[in-house]
Design a protein around this ligand. Structure first.
Ligand code: GLU
Length: 481
């Protein structure tokens, strides 16, 4: 059996969106599952909107996500070049062939003429499609117009009264009547082929066996099938995967928050979490377990478990998945990953002053609260800001035994250096004072941080050190007096 070969063919007209990343991922998973190959091609024939920065960003995002291709852009291969604007001479051979065979023809209609035609069709309630006005021009008429300097586009002559059937691997059987389509443009008047043409030539020449892409391209598929037929080429299998909707069931857009992979990367979502989460956007494993490694997903990925109905992007779920992956990291790994976020924050100088041990403690103190890495800065105030006493904290400090606790703490506090030791010290304090644990912990926390909630006390005491703790206690005592 022929090895399967898929491709991801983004247009570099914007950053890589969640939907594009999911299409790339499904191609990758399908190919890896079958031991096949993946091509990465850049469809940049929209000259106005395509940008090299976007191309770079798409490549970077895919690599970050952990998607690898064996052939294509940034990689090379025997079917290159892999940027469509560098393949124009290749396309020319093929549209010339279609022109020679009379399967395509030059069209000299101007935009104004086409618009007029369209308006007339609307007014008379007819189907809107090209009338075929230029389809029967003689060679001489064509020649004259070209000589007169009119730049023609090229249209494909759509076969009449045909029904095209696609057995889509996700959507099932879908059919289209050719009579619903007018002759369509395959090359624009500037000589640049349109998407539907370039994509077919490239998929043929690159030996693509399976086209897995977004549902929005289903309506392009009949035109592409017509071209495969005209070029006498077997067509690939098609799989059109459903849209991704926001949690309000509307099409994903900026309103729903971050939409590009780069944004999620910058927020500090982990690539393995994103990989796992995106795989579940429309595909489901047979078991209950949802936290799956790339290897496990590849092992189980088949198109028959890809849903026909739209996938819903659930940020809470992504957050949950990301937390599961954050939990798997060691403190040392997390500490390293958090550095750039802290270095770019208002706490950079404070963090700089911490010794390695205190920095590790700080990471350990807050790690369970992180949804993504950039969250780290939300939890830094308590460590580095002067205590501002919350009303609730003041109430606790005004309780009868509070002052005794603070005085006692001041007298007894040694220079501590271990978490267990600090924990032990407070426990011993509780015992000596003969109070309820709460009546020792709460005044201490309130006095030291000004708050009634926050990281465990031993973390705070160790990170601040003895002197800073005493200074804070004195300040609290002054505040209650
Ligand atoms: N360049 C197209 C897009 O970005 C690719 C469509 C396809 O995969 O055929 O939507």
């Amino acid at each position: 059996m022929r090895k399967c070969k898929v491709r991801f063919a983004p247009s570099p007209t914007g950053p890589l969106h969640i939907g594009g990343a999911r299409s790339a991922l499904f191609n990758y998973l399908f190919a890896e599952h079958q031991g096949g190959e993946m091509v990465m091609r850049i469809e940049d024939t929209d000259l106005e909107r395509s940008r090299r920065e976007y191309e770079d960003e798409i490549i970077e995002s895919l690599q970050w996500l952990g998607i690898h291709w064996s052939e294509g852009i940034a990689m090379g291969g025997e079917n290159g070049p892999y940027r469509q604007t560098e393949r124009l001479d290749i396309y020319q051979q093929y549209y010339k062939e279609l022109l020679d065979k009379g399967m395509a023809y030059y069209c000299f209609c101007t935009l104004e003429e086409l618009e007029k035609e369209r308006q007339e069709q609307i007014a008379s309630g007819k189907m809107q499609r090209y009338s075929g006005k230029c389809s029967e021009l003689s060679n001489q008429e064509v020649e004259e117009r070209i000589q007169a300097g009119i730049k023609p586009s090229i249209r494909f002559r759509v076969p009449q009264h045909r029904i095209y059937v696609i057995d889509d691997l996700v959507r099932g059987r879908v059919s289209f009547e050719s009579d619903n389509s007018g002759d369509f443009i395959i090359v624009k008047s500037d000589g640049i082929p349109v998407y539907n043409f370039g994509v077919v030539i490239d998929d043929i020449l690159m030996g693509i066996t399976h086209v897995i892409r977004a549902e929005e391209h289903l309506s392009n598929t009949p035109r592409q099938i017509m071209l495969y037929e005209a070029l006498n080429s077997p067509r690939p299998e098609f799989a059109h995967i459903s849209l991704i909707l926001g949690s309000d069931r509307q099409k994903m857009s900026k309103r729903h928050g971050a939409t590009s992979l780069k944004q999620y990367r910058e927020l500090g979502y982990l690539p393995e979490a994103m990989f796992n989460f995106l795989a579940l956007l429309g595909w489901s494993p047979s078991g209950e377990e949802e936290i799956l490694s790339a290897q496990e997903i590849i092992k189980h990925f088949t198109l028959d478990r890809v849903a026909k109905s739209p996938a819903v992007f659930d940020l809470d779920k992504l957050n949950w998945v990301n937390q599961q992956y954050l939990k798997k990291k060691s403190v040392e790994e997390l500490a390293e990953m958090l550095k750039p976020y802290l270095a770019a924050s208002e706490y950079a100088a404070d963090i700089e002053k911490l010794d390695e041990f205190s920095y590790m403690l700080l990471v350990e103190a807050v790690r369970d609260h992180l949804v993504c890495l950039s969250d780290i800065t939300k939890f830094m105030d308590v460590f580095f800001r002067e205590a501002v006493f919350e009303e609730e904290a003041l109430q606790i400090l005004k309780e009868e035994t509070a002052i005794t606790v603070l005085e006692y703490f001041k007298e007894e506090l040694p220079q501590l250096s271990e978490f267990a030791e600090a924990k032990e010290f407070i426990k011993a304090l509780v015992k000596k004072l003969g109070l309820k644990a709460k009546n020792v912990y709460m005044p201490l926390r309130s006095a030291l941080s000004g708050q009634t909630h926050g990281p465990e006390l031993p973390f705070l005491i160790l990170i601040w050190g003895r002197e800073e703790c005493l200074r804070r206690i004195d300040k609290a005592i002054a505040a209650i007096r």
